[in-house]
Every structure is written in C-alpha cells, then in structure tokens.
Design a protein around this ligand. Structure first.
Ligand code: IYR
Length: 217
C-alpha cells in the first residue's frame, strides 16, 4: 500500500527535533516512587505506543504484562530482593560490575516494587504459538523488544510518568509469578508511577554528542 507522509519544512522539523530532544533529555530513571494512582488507560496508551515498534519480520515478539495487584507486586519484590541479596551481599556480583554500578547507589532494597501503582514486565517471545498449534520461530527478538521498550519509556515520560529499566538478575521468577509460557523470557521489569515528593536521582551526565556519533568520511 501507498505511504506518503506530509513533508515537513526544515525549520519546523528542527523545532520539533529540538523540542523532542529537550523532552527526552528531561527524563530520569527513578527509584523513589509515590503511591499516587495511575489510570489503567495510561498503561494502555504506553503499550499501544510500544506496539508501533518495528520488529523483525513484523513478528512483534513482545508481551507486556501489567499488574496493579498488591499481592503480585509484593511477591515480585520479595523474589527480586532475594536474588539481589545474593548479588550485593552474597558476593555474586563480579567486582568490575559492582564498581560500574557503584555511582548509581543501588542496593538489594527494591521496596519501590511495593510502592508503585503499576508494574509492567515485558516478555520476549523466542517463539510464538500459532492458532494451528505450531510454534513460529521469531527473528531479531532482542532488537525488536528493545525498540518497543524504548518507545514505551518515551510514552510514559510524555505522560509525566516515571519508570526504571529494572532487570533483576536472574529474573526467571517473573515467568513463574506472572505465569508466562516457556516460549517467553522476562526482558525488562518496569515499575511505573509518579516520582516520590522527595525523589533523588544520581547526578549523572549524558555523554557528549561527539562521543555518541561519528560521521564518516
Ligand atoms: N540488577 C541489580 C544490579 C544493577 C545492575 C545494573 I547494569 C544497573 O544499571 C543497576 C543495578 C539491581 O537491580 O540492583
């Protein structure tokens, strides 16, 4: 089918590009959330935005599992903290990894998982069951689901919501608690809510553009 979006004059395009950059640059990952409610529609809108992501062979190999159930969130917190205690206090984190995350000030305390109104866990479908009972193998699953997650984060930020790209390690427990099939693996856990009134974030700088892009020749 035909696709012919309206051309945008450069002056307008630049304004939009700059506004989008300023908007995205104002986003921070948050670990201190308030328990203020967030409407289910906000989650639906963000997933709908994520669902526009390009994907390998248009297989859309993602499942977004959303919960605001206090018991499920608590079970996720307990399981995540058990794994992270092994990492932080049990010596499972290699020294180099420990050094890399030290500036973030993280610990095995994941109490925000009880506080946030929503948890969304994204699962990557290594394969997808078809209506005829066969299993379809998916291609470029990591790339596809990663792009979808980026759009999801941008959509949440656009609605003034905060999140954290959280990958408790290992995170197989999420498949059990959320009862997902073995064709899917947990990819990222997103606690979602408003930042706490006293929210603090690490004083991080983004690397300069010159370190992010190189034009050749
Ligand atoms: N998964 C652990 C450790 C951790 C790892 C990275 I890479 C981070 O950027 C931050 C934390 C945790 O969630 O605490």
């Amino acid at each position: 089918m035909h696709y012919s979006p309206e051309p945008i004059p450069w002056a307008t395009a630049r304004d939009r590009g700059e506004a989008f950059l300023r908007h995205m640059d104002s986003r921070r990952s948050v670990r201190m959330f308030s328990d203020d409610p967030v409407p289910r529609e906000a989650i639906e809108l963000a997933v709908a935005a994520a669902n526009t992501a390009p994907s390998g062979a248009h297989q859309q190999p993602w499942t977004f599992v959303a919960t605001q159930d206090a018991d499920i969130k608590h079970r996720i917190r307990v399981a995540a903290e058990a794994e992270e205690r092994e990492n932080y206090e049990g010596g499972r984190l290699p020294d180099a990894w420990r050094d890399a995350i030290a500036p973030l000030g993280t610990s095995s305390d994941k109490s925000y998982l009880d506080v946030v109104p929503w948890i969304v866990v994204v699962f990557a479908q290594k394969s997808t069951p078809m209506p005829d009972g066969s299993l379809r193998k998916n291609y470029y699953v990591n790339e596809s689901v990663g792009i979808a997650c980026g759009l999801f984060i941008a959509a949440l930020h656009t609605m003034g919501l905060a999140t954290l790209t959280h990958t408790p390690n290992p995170m197989g427990f999420l498949s059990e608690i959320l009862e997902r099939p073995s064709t899917e693996r947990p990819y990222i856990l997103f606690p979602i809510g408003h930042p706490a009134a006293d929210c603090e974030v690490p004083d991080l700088q983004r690397k300069p553009l010159a370190d992010a892009v190189t034009f050749v020749p």
